[in-house]
Design a protein around this ligand. Structure first.
Ligand SMILES: [Zn+2]
Ligand SMILES: [Zn+2]
Length: 388
């Protein structure tokens, strides 16, 4: 049903272009509504059909928000986005973790509107608003928010973590139908299973949720005793979440279909995990670059050396060239935080002189000799400094 609506061309229905202004739409609608009004065309089923179609088109296009969603839905529909796996409800994940090719854009709730529950959701948002048009579709389960704290290195490298959650799940006794095993819900005779009651008031028809079945379209005579007919049970479950490499502190990961169960077998909501990343003693992070401060001696900076430094993945030898200034940052390409495209950021090594607090006699004497030699050699650390 929703899909049908999506395939309708509301602009064509009103005879306006898709770039029509709100005023154009209002004018076109008024004229058509006058011409097609049932009072003016008694017994003309075709005119009545058109009148309804025009009213429907106007209801969506005259509402800025709805029109925006409709345009977006049609744009996506035209581009074939709905045909691909990424938009299938629950696509890209398997219970107990992701299957082989999970979609990063998807789980990071990417830029493209975060394609929530897919087609149904998009249209649900479009057509269920305001309660005027209740859907016959059972309501999708709620989204669930949770959080987890990862170690710095886990977050940078990616990790699989178990998340324990108590949340409503489909009742195992009735498999979410809400009806006692061996029985099944029957179609609501009051609304014929549509969940809505249409009423006519003057020339205008409107619908409201059916009271007998509370909008679900079905009636349960013999409720399941374990879930009292709701189809839902509270269950503690542990799900394994694969956190991809490179996740940042505060980032939210979306797991499609891992949220609350829907009422009576409706699709489950999504699970959103906010990730906190703890600090590391050695490493820091700037975007995808890994940073660290490397303690060195003065003589190492002057003479140059190669120092073994840790990375997320083993150690690497970093060459400190002779004459390196204190505080300089050396870049080791590709040894930073893994990126989504499979490459990695860089490792940024900042050298910092460690000054000895105590020297033995030999070292002190050697340093004094060095200081004299330095002076004799013409080195003045303050040459050109502060007007000297
Ligand atoms: Zn049950
Ligand atoms: Zn009903």
């Amino acid at each position: 049903m929703n899909r049908e609506w999506l395939e309708k061309d509301f602009y064509k229905e009103l005879g306006v272009s898709s770039s029509a202004t709100a005023d154009d739409i209002k004018k076109a609608y008024r004229k058509l509504a006058r011409d097609l009004h049932p009072d003016k065309n008694p017994g003309d089923a075709k005119a009545e059909e058109r009148f309804k179609a025009v009213s429907e088109a106007h209801a969506v296009l005259s509402d800025t928000e709805k029109r925006k969603e409709y345009d977006e839905a049609r744009r996506l529909f035209a581009s074939g986005a709905f045909g691909r796996g990424g938009f299938a409800p629950g696509g890209g994940y398997a219970p107990g973790g992701f299957n082989g090719e999970f979609n990063l854009g998807d789980i990071f709730g990417g830029a493209a509107g975060g394609g929530d529950g897919g087609l149904g959701d998009l249209l649900g948002g479009l057509f269920n608003r305001g309660g005027g048009r209740a859907s016959t579709r059972p309501r999708r389960g709620s989204d669930v928010e949770t959080e987890t704290t990862l170690g710095f290195r886990e977050a940078a490298q990616g990790v699989t973590v178990p998340l324990r959650m108590t949340s409503p799940s489909p009742c195992t006794t009735c498999h979410g139908s809400g009806a006692k095993p061996g029985t099944s819900p029957r179609v609501c005779p009051h609304c014929n299973g549509t969940g809505v009651i249409s009423r006519n008031q003057g020339a205008f028809g409107f619908s409201e949720p059916c009271e007998d079945c509370r909008g679900t379209g079905s009636i349960i005579d013999d409720p399941c005793v374990d879930c009292h007919g709701t189809g839902i049970q509270n269950r503690t479950r542990t799900i394994t979440v694969r956190v991809p490499p490179g996740v940042r502190d505060g980032q939210r990961i979306r797991l499609a279909g891992q949220g609350e169960a829907g009422l009576r077998g409706a699709p489950a909501g999504d699970l959103f995990v906010t990730v906190h990343v703890s600090n590391d003693k050695v490493f820091g992070r700037t975007g995808d670059d890994l940073t660290l401060v490397l303690p060195v001696s003065y003589s190492e900076l002057v003479l140059g050396t190669t120092v073994s430094v840790p990375t997320l993945d083993g150690r690497v030898g970093v060459k400190v060239p002779a004459g390196t200034a204190d505080g300089r940052t050396l870049r080791v390409r590709g040894r930073g935080v893994p990126k989504r495209d499979g490459t990695s950021g860089d490792l940024l090594v900042t050298v910092k002189v460690a000054v000895p607090q105590k020297l033995d006699d030999d070292a002190t004497e050697a340093l004094r000799n060095y200081a004299d030699a330095e002076k004799a050699g013409g080195f003045d650390p303050r040459a050109g400094w502060a007007g000297a």
